[in-house]
Ligand binder design. Structure first.
Ligand code: NAI
Length: 453
């Protein structure tokens, strides 16, 4: 008998297991594929490893802007993939060690929720029934594979790849077509463009980067057009054969040739085949329905991470896991999504938190919008020759609080934390003005934007 069983060892699951175990509870973590989940094995970490190599290569190629000349610079894609494998192995090993040191029992196997009887939740794994008082479901998500003619065959033949397979390609394609200009699509477009592939992005909507503020999204598109990436917006893929991707734009049929295709049109929660129906756990639009404590409609059954939908990010899963754990431990805690930062690790990076200009207007908020070039930061100018970074801030006029920050330019991925803290704590503009920023830092751009109001 366990206090808690956790299904799924991705960021949400392993963090929940560690935190619960640290409180002296008896815990079982069940994982069917690999410790670390998508984030560590085929998502956040491996992509950042590739993108860092691409960034170094890019820097070396364009070193002349900084007075550096080098000859015969090459990038070895297969060596980059080998290093990625090494990094993943190290980090997965780290998580496994942490689980061991915190005395979390781990079983590798496919978990099936069976029933809840006399307050005990039963889960079957590898033919054995395990029982617990509480359950945390953290089964993650998988890439959406649409019923577009030719996609299924392409996935089988290896012509069409998802985020999983593309990270193990030993040979870079000459021509890559990316279906879906969202987070995965743009990060992979960025990497393959940097290493010299011809990259085309076909996106169904009128803009790239999903809900990102339109100014940032358009600026990023321009940056990548300058680097040679071709974008087809408002373009719906209709068919894939073994050489071409066919799409409809403005009522006309177009096609683009590819050696490989990346399918990155979103992710779907993993909720099937885990026995949710045995407990009658409610789902909504393909995701597990939870309240702000991360509890499902069944007492003591919680769900966290991508399987609950919404903001499918590893850092959201971490926080949701903490909320679930705190509630299991009897501590009051609730999940809030108003200040979850989001980052796309292109080069330049883009990052945002809070409301965009569009979303604030949709809510009918009276807002002040300020936009500045990153050139207002001395360090940005020193380190980004010819860079066209921007910051855009959204302020709620009624309360004089910062409600949204959107940036394009390097280090945005790190700076956004400061902005998220300000948005999360409802800091008003006068309070932010008193914050001392290190100088010179790119982060000072927040201060500049605030003082420009
Ligand atoms: P996404 O939702 O970010 O983007 C999918 C894009 O595909 C959208 O722009 C959508 O309009 C487009 N699309 C949908 N159907 C299409 C079609 N038939 N033809 C053309 N375009 C189509 O999904 P993505 O990129 O697959 O990422 C999945 C998840 O992984 C996201 O939730 C994301 O937050 C997460 N992720 C986060 C990262 C980060 O935080 N840096 C990195 C990688 C992934």
């Amino acid at each position: 008998m366990y206090d808690v069983i956790v299904i799924g060892a991705g960021p949400g699951g392993y963090l929940a297991a560690e935190r619960i175990s640290a409180e002296g509870k008896k815990i079982l973590l069940i994982e069917k594929e690999h410790i670390g989940g998508v984030c560590l094995n085929e998502g956040c970490i491996p992509t950042k490893t590739l993108l860092y190599s691409a960034k170094l290569y890019d820097g070396a190629l364009h070193g002349d802007k900084y007075g550096i000349s080098a000859r015969d610079i090459t990038i070895d894609h297969s060596a980059v993939i080998d290093r990625k494998d090494k990094v993943v192995k190290t980090l997965v090993g780290g998580v496994s060690m942490a689980l061991k040191s915190k005395k979390v029992e781990v079983i590798m196997g496919d978990a099936q929720i069976k029933e809840k009887k006399d307050g005990k939740i039963q889960v079957e794994v590898n033919g054995e029934i395990k029982e617990s008082t509480s359950l945390i479901i953290a089964t993650g998500s998988d890439s959406v594979k649409p019923p577009i003619p030719g996609v299924k065959e392409g996935l089988e033949s290896g012509f069409v790849l998802t985020n999983k397979e593309i990270l193990s390609l030993k040979e870079a394609p000459k021509k890559l077509v990316v279906i879906g200009g969202g987070v995965i699509g743009l990060e992979m477009a960025s990497y393959f463009n940097s290493i010299g592939c011809e990259v085309t992005v076909v996106e169904m909507m009128g803009k790239i980067a999903g809900p990102t503020d339109i100014t940032i999204s358009e600026s990023l598109k321009k940056e990548y057009e300058k680097k040679g990436v071709k974008f087809y917006l408002e373009s719906k893929v209709t068919k894939v054969d073994d050489k071409f991707i066919y799409f409809e734009k403005n009522g006309e049929e177009n096609k683009v040739e590819a050696d490989k295709v990346l399918l990155s049109i979103g992710r779907r929660a993993n909720i099937n085949g885990i026995g949710l129906e045995n407990l009658n756990v409610y789902t909504e639009r393909g995701c597990i329905k939870v309240d702000e404590k991360q509890q499902t409609n069944i007492a003591n059954v919680y769900a966290v991470g991508d399987c609950v939908g919404g903001v499918m990010l590893a850092h959201t899963a971490y926080r949701e896991a903490e909320v679930a754990v705190n509630n299991i431990l009897g501590k009051k805690d609730r999940m809030q999504y108003n200040a979850v930062p989001s980052v796309i690790y292109t080069n330049p990076e883009i990052a945002s938190v809070g409301e965009s200009e569009q979303s604030a207007k949709e809510y009918g908020l009276d807002i002040i919008v300020k936009q500045l070039p990153m050139q207002y930061s001395g360090r940005y100018v020193a380190e980004n020759e010819g860079g066209s970074g921007i910051i855009k801030i959204i302020v709620d006029k009624k309360w004089n609080t910062l409600i949204g920050v959107h940036m394009m330019g390097n280090y945005s991925s790190e700076i956004i934390l400061a902005a998220a803290t300000m948005v999360e704590s409802n800091m008003n503009i006068e309070e932010i003005k008193k914050v001392v920023f290190p100088h010179p830092s790119v982060g000072e751009i927040i201060r500049e934007a605030i003082f420009s109001i």
